[in-house]
Design a protein around this ligand. Structure first.
Ligand code: MSP
Length: 586
């Protein structure tokens, strides 16, 4: 029996081998020895979180969970940035002490991260003593290395950006008859400021920074690398790294100088050291990846590596920079009243629903526009129809009364040997899928990884439709039942693999899907996705390929992702897509 199985398998391999191996898929070693660490920026506590903040955190969380899926130890760090004039002014407006204000807003960020499943290993607050110690220690290292000197700094100061700007970074605007100078980038007012403070010798790091930034993959995507190279090539002035304490009391004092407060950006950037245990024994250094938005690129790609090089510490391995979410093509702002509240949207669409939309529709190199119409169309089409309906149709008791995998002894090898071209292409896509997803995830192209999963699910819906399993059940002959079981088994395998690969993006939804199919929690790793029945056949491991045979589904039958109903459902247009839309049988 085993010999026959082996023969069949080899025939199968012989026929399909060209197609499959042409794609050069190997079982790559996914267990890498080193651990992974990833950070989000720490969030300002001057206002409540919006979906842009959630997006940054969800990107980092998805990459972190992906590393876990690969079997690597991974750490995710996040927190809140609590010093600076903006926070001080915000507390004043609320009529509370700065720390009280920070406690409240910091907790709101924590709550959001709990609600949307951010699996952080540490949450740092810059008002914590451990952080103050790290910052003052780091300052001491820079100072004793001769990288900091006292001088007079003058320039246009933008309180909102907490930064001195060069004249060409500002312009004049007419605001109702009054002409004011504002920051070109943020549009916020600037004031000419002359201060005695400490300066960091940034100018002496131009060369090492150029070398670092030119390194392949240091800044991703490459569009942001080009921007940073432009900044570096145009020259680097020394950087003011303190402010007069009289003007900015809400911050960490310069060690040994009670008249000066450490620049909030130097303070904030050191959070990445704080979470690694600095100034004690640093675990997890250097950080593998800093996830940041485009507005804070200069601070992370220039200032931060320069500080680290000066302190003789390794800079991060990667910076992953993303663009912003807009609303009706405008920046989200309180004054425009267009800020999208993530708590409210999570209530409407669930945490996984909102995660899915942001990750699937957000591309790192362009700004993306948020609208509820787009969210509803995307989730109804992809999570409700393509994924949820496929699961409910294929596991329906009318087709599968036993509610198990492969209810009878079906001729699996025959099925795989006699595939139509369309079916063969689907199976090949599935065999390649883990590797395809993995290569996108390696580049932090989460949206592309999701697109490839969705393509397989769309094609599986088409496969299911072509195979008309309901007719096979109705006819009920020996042959049609075998055919039916093969259709079901194949669909379950695909759902199984897609469910595993979707875990980092939509952990709760994937958990429901995999649990429904009866996949034990220890069998949900990347390696499990590379060892579906189709893969095992490919490498000649017959006999084991039906190991799910007879496994019972678990849990109650309920909709995986219920359709989101709107008040006027007919007005919701699907998002324009170049891809062919699949008609799903009702
Ligand atoms: N506190 C600094 C970061 C210090 S890190 C050492 C800060 N905080 S922030 O709260 O203003 O922004 C945090 C992150 O949210 C940044 O990466 C920023 O780009 C991101 N976003 C803010 N608005 C956003 C959108 N509209 N869309 C996407 N991301 C957005 O900057």
């Amino acid at each position: 029996m085993a010999a026959i199985a082996k023969m069949i398998s080899h025939q199968f391999l012989g026929r399909k081998i060209k197609l499959i191996f042409k794609l050069k898929l190997g079982f790559r070693a996914v267990h890498q020895s080193s651990q992974f660490s990833i950070t989000t920026p720490i969030f300002y506590v001057n206002a409540a979180p919006h979906i842009g903040h959630m997006y940054t955190a969800v990107l980092a969380d998805t990459i972190h969970r992906w590393q876990h899926l690969l079997g690597r130890k991974s750490y995710l760090y996040t927190g809140t940035d609590e010093h600076g004039l903006k926070i001080q002014q915000s507390a004043l407006r609320q009529g509370v002490e700065p720390l009280e204000h920070c406690n409240t807003v910091s907790q709101t960020f924590r709550d959001l991260f709990t609600t949307c499943g951010i699996d952080h290993s540490d949450f740092v607050r810059t008002t914590e003593p451990r952080h103050r110690d790290a910052v003052q220690n780091f300052w001491g290292v820079l100072e004793s290395g001769g990288h900091i000197y006292k001088g007079t700094y003058e320039g246009w100061y933008c309180t909102n950006e907490e930064a001195f700007l060069a004249e060409e970074q500002t312009h004049m605007v007419d605001e109702g008859g009054t002409v004011n100078r504002v920051s070109l980038e943020s549009g916020h007012p600037v004031q000419w400021t002359i201060e005695e403070n400490y300066l960091f010798r940034l100018s002496s790091f131009q060369q090492p920074l150029l070398e670092l930034v030119k390194k392949e993959g240091f800044i991703q995507p490459s569009v942001f690398k080009t921007i940073v190279l432009g900044w570096l090539e145009s020259g680097l002035p020394d950087l003011s790294v303190s402010r007069q304490r009289s003007r900015l009391p809400w911050g960490i004092q310069v060690p040994g100088d009670s008249a000066q407060t450490i620049y909030v950006w130097l303070d904030a950037l050191v959070n990445y050291l704080t979470v690694s245990g600095y100034p004690g024994n640093s675990t997890n250094w250097p950080i593998s990846c800093h996830v940041i938005g485009k507005d804070i690129l200069k601070f992370h790609a220039i200032y931060w590596p320069a500080f680290l090089i000066a302190a003789k510490m390794e800079p991060p391995k990667h910076i992953f920079c993303h663009s912003h979410w807009t609303v009706e093509d405008r920046k989200m702002s309180k004054s425009l009243g267009n800020v999208v509240d993530p708590f409210d949207r999570i209530q409407k669409y669930t945490s996984d629903g909102l995660r899915y939309f942001l990750l699937r529709n957000g591309v790192p190199h362009f700004d993306c526009d948020y609208s509820d119409v787009k969210v509803i169309a995307c989730l109804n089409d992809e999570l409700c129809n393509n994924l949820g309906n496929l699961l409910s149709r294929s596991t329906a008791p009318s087709l599968n009364p036993e509610q198990t995998w492969a209810p009878s002894d079906a001729s699996w090898e025959d099925f795989l040997t006699n595939l139509s071209d369309e079916d063969e292409s689907l199976i090949n896509q599935l065999v390649n899928l883990p590797e395809v997803v993995s290569s996108h995830m390696d580049q932090y192209n989460i949206y592309k990884a999701m697109d490839s999963i969705l393509r397989v699910l769309r094609d599986t819906n088409a496969f299911f439709q072509r195979r008309t399993p309901w007719n096979d059940r109705k006819l009920g002959t020996h042959e049609t039942i075998i055919r039916l079981n093969n259709t079901l088994h194949c669909t379950y395998e695909i759902l199984h693999v897609c469910g595993i690969l979707l875990q980092p993006m939509v952990p709760n939804l994937s958990n429901s899907l995999l649990s429904h199919l009866g996949i034990p929690s220890h069998s949900r790793t990347y390696q499990n996705a590379t060892r579906s029945a189709f893969h095992r056949i490919r490498i000649g491991e017959t006999g084991k390929e039906r190991q799910m045979k007879g496994k019972r589904f678990l849990g109650e039958r309920k909709e995986l992702f219920p359709r989101i109903l709107t008040e006027k459902p007919q007005s919701v247009q699907p998002v324009k897509s170049k891809k062919k839309k699949l008609k799903v049988q009702k």
